[in-house]
Write a protein that binds this ligand. Structure first.
Ligand SMILES: [Mg+2]
Length: 289
């Protein structure tokens, strides 16, 4: 059996392991189960995620980590992509593309000068900016420098149907434990896909690209794998989309009331997004094995 588990809400909260979870994972590992940490967070490399896991007491190596920065680069590599990527992203995504020899541009701040901040300064891009013909793909992930200029460039490249249009994930906000709302990558993706009038191919959950890679590289089989997660929309939906069983842990974003809402939904797609199992905490699983 293989278990695919997630970070925030499943194994830790705010950088602190949920009590009993490291021990539960250690037990599974000792029983010879393969464990993979799957995260939509595009602002960390695999090495950084593995370090974070180990620092909290979870058994993890580079090979056990599946993150959207790496998966996006691997997806392009596997299709023998030779063009340039216009990236709305961050240094970890850049490192993942560098590692696989994929060229990119767009990293870092790109804004209109403060002295020219007017409608005209934006409108002039239609005459003064020329798209780079080498760019054949737009990749959108978490970018703390998202700006109007980047939106113009990304939407222009994405609106060209000959270009690939990829996004790491569409999570609407970051998990926070207080009242401040931090918009997530889904908010950034929306600023590109709305003007481009085109939907991106999603690399992370609930898409199937991550499991496809686990199947190809690590030989994972759908019928012997379980997806453990706290979010119906991303984790459990990925299980459904990949044809693998799923277990909802009740330590994160969704509870059983949400499961019932899905079961009773008028939307047939929503009615499918229901976990096969649920458990109060991943730590409880450790008590039974
Ligand atoms: Mg989560």
């Amino acid at each position: 059996m293989t278990s695919i588990t997630l970070g925030t809400g499943v194994l830790w909260h705010g950088g602190k392991a949920i009590p009993g979870c490291p021990e539960a994972l250690q037990k599974l590992k000792e029983l010879g189960k393969k464990i993979f940490y799957v995260t939509n967070n595009s602002s960390k490399t695999r090495a950084q995620v593995a370090d974070k896991c180990r620092n909290m007491g979870f058994p993890a190596d580079l090979e056990n980590v599946v993150c959207t920065a790496h998966i996006s680069a691997l997806y392009l590599k596997n299709m023998n992509f030779t063009g340039k990527v216009y990236m709305v992203g961050n240094s970890s995504m850049a490192a993942a593309l560098d590692e696989l020899g994929i060229r990119y541009e767009g990293i870092g701040p790109d804004v209109v000068a403060a002295s020219e901040a007017s409608f005209d300064s934006v409108a002039k891009y239609q005459t003064e900016w020329k798209p780079n013909p080498e760019v054949r793909c737009v990749l959108v992930g978490f970018d703390p420098h998202i700006s109007y200029v980047k939106m113009i460039k990304a939407a222009t490249y994405a609106s060209n149907k000959n270009n690939l249009f990829l996004a790491t994930n569409e999570d609407p906000f970051l998990p926070t434990q207080d009242s401040v709302v931090i918009p997530g990558t889904g908010s950034i993706v929306a600023t590109v896909k709305i003007p481009a009038r085109r939907e991106p191919h999603i690399m992370g959950k609930p898409g199937t690209a991550m499991f496809d890679m686990l199947h190809e590289v690590h030989g994972l089989q759908a019928e012997k794998t379980i997806m453990v997660g706290d979010s119906l929309k991303t984790d459990i939906a990925m299980g459904v989309n990949c044809g693998i069983k799923s277990m909802l842990v009740l330590t994160g974003v969704d509870d059983l009331r949400r499961v019932e809402e899905n079961q009773n939904s008028d939307d047939p797609h929503c009615r499918q997004v229901v976990p096969d199992y649920y458990i109060d905490s991943f730590a409880t699983l450790g008590e039974y094995i």
